[in-house]
Design a protein around this ligand. Structure first.
Ligand code: F6R
Length: 242
């Protein structure tokens, strides 16, 4: 595991973006696993800047998002499809038919999970999976539990996850109770994992995830078993390493 700590958010975002754009420059047909949430916003901004300078094209690339809320329309302001359009897809040249996000509004959610798993199988392997980290150690929406699921599945969000995400909604009551998420098996199958974490409030979970025991009660701790993980931290989230 390669852990890099940055003094400024700008430097962290530039590093994250250049790892992703560097991969696509050398492998234009790369399959990217993408994340949402607060953490990657600045990275996407940098990727858009690099694209605008003509230095990277996504026209032959494919993307798979980690997760999507259940029960809000695809065009809801807080759906992850809307997020991705807003922060990345509308500003770069991905072919829309190769940007995949689970449909949390499908009439048959089990079938939707099976469809997403099939798409992932067809793509063979994600070249780079971008991840943020939940305060409780979740990756994607794989919440701490006594057992974890390998493939895409429906998950009931923990109260702490709904509380953390309430900042994006008018009130906690509007935060969906369930989501569809890629499973840990799919995440760990990626060729390379890029875990990005910022903020003092994540210092303890960063420490538990990267130094603590490998346990399904901290899904991110499973990353310790992966052969190629790069972790980007700011000074605050990396505080317990120093
Ligand atoms: C987002 C996702 C989540 C977030 C995590 C951290 O697609 O899968 O695991 O990465 O909840 O969220 P932020 O970055 O908002 O702190």
């Amino acid at each position: 595991m390669n852990i890099l700590t940055f003094r400024s958010t700008d430097e962290l975002n530039e590093a994250g973006a250049s790892i992703i754009t560097g991969l696509v420059q050398t492998n234009p047909r790369a399959v990217l696993g993408l994340a949402t949430g607060g953490t990657p916003v600045g990275i996407y901004e940098e990727i858009v800047n690099t694209h605008r300078k003509g230095m990277v094209s996504f026209k032959s690339a494919t993307s798979f998002n980690l997760d999507e809320y259940v029960g809000i329309p695809v065009d809801h302001p807080e759906s992850y499809r809307t997020y991705m359009n807003h922060h990345l897809f509308s500003h770069v040249d991905f072919a829309p038919e190769r940007t995949f996000i689970p449909n949390g509004n499908a009439s048959d959610l089990e079938q939707e999970c099976a469809r997403y798993n099939q798409l992932l199988d067809d793509a063979k392997q994600i070249d780079l999976q971008l991840l943020g980290l939940g305060h409780n150690g979740h990756i994607g929406f794989n919440e701490p539990d006594h057992a974890l699921v390998s493939g895409t599945h429906i998950v009931k969000l923990k109260d702490e996850t709904r509380e953390a995400n309430a900042r994006f909604f008018d009130s906690i009551d509007e935060v969906p109770t369930h989501a569809l998420t890629m499973g840990v098996g799919t995440i760990l199958k990626a060729k390379m994992i890029l875990l990005v974490v910022r903020g003092a409030d994540k210092a303890e979970i960063v420490h538990r995830a990267l130094n603590g025991p490998i346990t399904t009660e901290c899904p991110a701790s499973l990353l310790q078993t992966h052969p190629h993980v790069v972790v980007l931290l700011d000074t605050e989230s990396g505080r317990l390493f120093n």
